[in-house]
Design a protein around this ligand. Sequence first.
Ligand code: SF4
Length: 62
Amino acid sequence: MNDSPNAGQAGRWGLCASCAHARVIASDRGAVFVQCALAKEDPRYPKYPVVPVRACEGYRQT
Ligand code: SF4
């Protein structure tokens, strides 16, 4: 998990911080949030997960 490029966000994002499906989005105002790429192909997953995510069947470690 610590090898993940988003490992520093583990406290805020939970599993999404180390998930291969996570995409990091930065807003114009400098806010950084996570988008779930799995949402495109599977409606069970929200495009913008409510973080921190503590349990997720789609999780795939980076
Ligand atoms: S699959 Fe689950 S853990 Fe992975 S980015 Fe989407 S919501 Fe987060």
